[in-house]
Design a protein around this ligand. Structure first.
Ligand SMILES: CC(C)(COP(=O)(O)OP(=O)(O)OC[C@H]1O[C@@H](n2cnc3c(N)ncnc32)[C@H](O)[C@@H]1OP(=O)(O)O)[C@@H](O)C(=O)NCCC(=O)NCCS
Length: 219
């Protein structure tokens, strides 16, 4: 399925898009949010390759037709725990890149230490349970999990995030999902709050000082 969006095109993410997706990820998410923004890009590339290869994944990219440049992406899955599976399948290369990064860069050392305490949480999935609990009603069928959405600064402000999000959400519903659950928005992320809660009309609930749960049901 291809949707034309003025100059830019939204379509399904493929393995050929991974390099562009990695560039957008590293540009859009600060190191405080994603360690992938500072680690060697080869390990980040492995993550997105694994993501695209999983049959439960749903990915969308925003492409500039004349150059083929990837201007943004949105990702989701029917089977949560992609990050955990990635860590388990790539444990030794990941350790190597983290170790090497720590040896060579003070920024990476700082980010690694700040992320260490979140590693056990990745295996307990407490945060995911809190998001589900915020919804108040049970979904009327399977749940899909919306992961990151990012638009490169060169392409922001023209409704591209809305188009990407709508594209991915309809892909979820076409795959039989009854509710799409966001991975959580940080309270300070004004652009993301406005996008999901106001422009896309998703349900939202503040669940802590840091997190807002967002979700949408199939009509
Ligand atoms: C969030 C993000 C994807 C929005 O991309 P975008 O292309 O600017 O979004 P859109 O043009 O589709 O705009 C969506 C709405 O959000 C508003 N918006 C975008 N950036 C904003 C900002 N910094 N402050 C306030 N509102 C903002 C837009 O004005 C628009 O509303 P409007 O149509 O009523 O004007 C982009 O800012 C981004 O990549 N951020 C970094 C990554 C991130 O935080 N992702 C979300 C969490 S996973």
């Amino acid at each position: 399925m291809i949707e034309m969006t003025g100059q830019l095109r939204v379509r399904e993410m493929t393995l050929d898009d991974v390099d562009g997706v990695v560039d957008v990820h590293r540009c859009c998410f600060p190191a405080s949010v994603s360690i992938f923004s500072v680690l060697d890009r080869r390990i980040v590339k492995r993550y997105y390759e694994l993501f695209v290869k999983e049959s439960e994944s749903l990915g969308a990219v925003l492409v500039e037709p004349c150059t083929g440049r990837i201007g943004g992406f949105a990702a989701g899955t029917l089977k949560p725990g992609v990050q955990r599976r990635f860590v388990l399948h790539n444990f030794f290369p990941l350790c190597w890149y983290v170790f090497f990064g720590c040896l060579t860069s003070a920024t990476i050392r700082k980010v690694v230490f700040s992320h260490i305490k979140s590693i056990p949480a990745m295996f307990k999935e407490k945060k995911a349970k809190r998001f589900a609990g915020a919804e108040g009603s049970s979904p009327d069928g399977p749940v899909g999990f919306f992961m990151p959405i990012a638009v490169h600064p060169d392409f922001r402000g023209g409704g591209n995030a809305i188009r990407l999000a709508n594209y991915l959400t309809s892909q979820f519903f076409e795959r039989g999902v009854a509710r799409v659950r966001g991975g959580g928005i940080t309270t300070g992320n004004i652009a993301s709050r406005k996008l999901f809660a106001e422009r896309l009309g998703w349900n939202s609930k503040v669940i802590s000082d840091k997190w807002i749960a967002v979700w949408i049901d199939r009509k």
